[in-house]
Design a protein around this ligand. Structure first.
Ligand SMILES: Nc1ncnc2c1ncn2[C@@H]1O[C@H](COP(=O)(O)OP(=O)(O)OP(=O)(O)O)[C@@H](O)[C@H]1O
Ligand SMILES: [Mg+2]
Length: 316
């Protein structure tokens, strides 16, 4: 087995607040691994421990075979880290920012101009390289940070919320660059609370909630485990509707979402949809809206945590 990132019982406590309970992760070479979870789940804390910026309170973690606690410089040499918040780069041009960062990585001075060109090109920023950072849009700033993370051709690329706050077009651009990078062979660890982002990019995901892994696997595996189809019904009387339909043969599981919606997991929506309508009529329950879909990672999250992962700030 070729684990690139391995954690065993990794734990972080801030004062009396347990941010990470006990985390076991196994990320293999070439994986694009998604760490998913709502705000405060512990994604950034985990990433900061793996990138050696934060000392674990317990357990162990190894990156490329090196221990984060005892061999931090070996670990740092092998990872590129793009933070959740955009780095402030003041009045410099994009190219100057990248070249300064390259010097901080101790890249040989004579290699720096070419290396800067390569990474700026990789994220589509070469045409804007000589403009000042202050004139860039949010998406361009994020792409510049990504370019900096690629500078030393890391074996492991760690991205914390790579498309946070971006518009739809910029999100798709960033996803394209991450996919290209993956084709380049790097292992990618990506924290996000956009489930669609994880679904598109990741071959494996771990959903974490309140500092523990709730479930992990490939997105398709996790979605298959939810069931065949999801009927979502919106009604002012979700409890009555639940009682009316929960004994039906075609119901696998019902979960109440926020806003009074019921998520009904079924084998075959073509049987369930007319049956829900009929039961609504029979019991005099007003159905406001009804939709059905294939399970998404949202359904996986809802099924395992009983809560919806709302995409706060999602642009689509
Ligand atoms: N330096 C710190 N001191 C005290 N508590 C902290 C610190 N950093 C994080 N926490 C707490 O640890 C928990 C996990 O935070 P973390 O930033 O890892 O979450 P996250 O999953 O990255 O959330 P988000 O989606 O908002 O980025 C939160 O309850 C947070 O308040
Ligand atoms: Mg975070």
């Amino acid at each position: 087995m070729s684990a690139v990132i391995e954690t065993l019982g990794l734990r972080k406590v801030f004062g009396d607040h347990v941010a990470i309970e006990s985390l076991d992760l196994n990320i293999e070479r070439g994986d694009v691994f998604g760490l998913l979870g709502p705000n405060g789940a512990g994604k950034t804390t985990t990433i900061r421990m793996l990138t050696t910026l934060l000392a674990p309170s317990g357990g162990a973690a190894r990156v490329c075979g090196f221990d984060v606690a005892t061999q931090p410089s070996e670990v740092r040499r092998r990872i590129g880290y793009v933070m959740q918040t955009v780095a402030y780069r003041g009045l410099l041009t994009g190219r100057e920012c990248v070249e300064i960062e390259a010097a901080l990585y101790h890249l040989p001075r004579r290699d720096i101009p070419l290396r800067a060109e390569v990474v700026l090109e990789a994220v589509g920023m070469l045409p804007h390289a000589d403009r000042r950072w202050t004139t860039y849009s949010g998406g361009m700033k994020k792409r510049l940070d990504l370019a900096c993370g690629l500078l030393h051709w890391p074996e492991v690329l760690v991205l914390d919320e790579p498309s946070l706050g971006l518009d739809v077009q910029s999100r798709h651009n960033v996803w394209g660059y991450i996919r290209d990078r993956h084709v380049g062979g790097a292992t990618v660890l990506l924290a996000t609370n956009y489930l669609d982002e994880a679904d598109r990019l990741c071959n494996k995901v771990a959903i974490i909630d309140r500092g523990s892994v709730v479930v992990q696997g490939s997105p398709s595996e996790l979605k298959r485990a939810v069931g065949a189809e999801v009927v979502q019904v919106s009604t002012g009387e979700p409890e009555r509707l639940r009682r009316a339909i929960e004994a039906e043969r075609w119901v696998k599981k019902i979960i109440a979402g926020e806003h009074g919606d019921l998520h009904v997991y079924v084998e075959d929506a073509s049987i369930a949809l007319p049956a829900v309508m009929r039961l609504g009529l029979e019991h005099g329950i007003n159905l406001k809206r009804m939709t059905y879909s294939q399970p998404s990672l949202d359904d996986v999250f809802l099924l395992h945590t009983g809560r919806e992962l709302r995409e706060v700030g999602a642009a689509s």
